[in-house]
Write a protein that binds this ligand. Structure first.
Ligand SMILES: N[C@@H](CCC(=O)N[C@@H](CS)C(=O)NCC(=O)O)C(=O)O
Length: 218
């Protein structure tokens, strides 16, 4: 197996942010290729990138001749090719709980607030920036509120979302909280999430993956 990993990333992409955290936790330093989602009409639509990832979204990880899209698929791949430290608990119920939390972000909050969805609300549907922010805030508040309830009400929540080591749940949550801050969401309503976020940022793997710390940050 090759030691060479290449990540196609954009500093502000929360899906790429997830993979940056996972790579850092695994101790893998990838080669970075930056895909600017706004410049040149969106570099994700450039033919060379579209051949690599026909969905024309970031991230994409290239390893051993495979181009892998979808951050969750990438992170499970990383967990399989480099099992330690594990991103999922060992027991089936724990794995299911971590996936439930991760999917609550990655399947139900993030996709409907993605750039191309927001652009479609603007054109052709004619919504203005105020409408778009209201849309985002609504779905983020609803989604994070449910996660706050799940975490605060469970004895399985520890220093992190599941016990005392970071998992896919934290990896999905922290970038979504960064997105929420860019909108109007007041995170004070989510004390458990804020406590876990503070614990995550004590780890260099999370801290160094932050958007503003990336070489392509603006
Ligand atoms: N479900 C995908 C989502 C990826 C995604 O939505 N990426 C966004 C940035 S966070 C993107 O590339 N958007 C480009 C666009 O909307 O044109 C994943 O988890 O990788």
């Amino acid at each position: 197996m090759s030691d060479s990993f290449t990540l196609y990333s954009y500093f502000r992409s929360s899906a790429a942010y997830r993979v940056r955290i996972a790579l850092n936790l695994k101790g893998i330093a990838p080669n970075y290729r930056f895909v600017h989602l706004l410049k040149d009409g969106g570099q994700q639509h450039a033919p060379a990138y579209a051949r690599l990832n026909p969905q024309e979204i970031v991230p994409t990880l290239v390893h051993d001749g495979h181009a892998i899209g979808q951050s969750l698929a990438i992170m499970e791949y990383l967990d399989e090719v480099k099992p330690e430290p594990a991103l999922l608990p060992k027991d089936p119920a724990g794995r299911a709980r971590v996936r439930q939390l991760a999917y609550a972000v990655a399947c139900d909050i993030h996709p409907i607030n993605n750039l191309r969805v927001l652009n479609y609300l603007r054109k052709p549907f004619g919504h203005n920036d105020e409408d778009v922010i209201t849309w985002m805030t609504h779905w983020i508040d609803l989604g994070l509120g449910a996660i706050e309830t799940m975490l605060s009400g469970s004895s399985e929540t520890g220093r992190f979302c599941h016990g005392d080591t970071p998992t896919l749940a934290d990896i999905c949550l922290i970038p979504q909280m960064a997105n929420a801050r860019r909108g109007r969401t007041n995170l004070d309503a989510f004390p458990t999430l804020k406590r876990i976020e503070a614990a995550c940022f004590e780890l260099p793997a999370f801290d160094n993956a932050q958007p503003q710390k990336q070489p392509d940050a603006e």
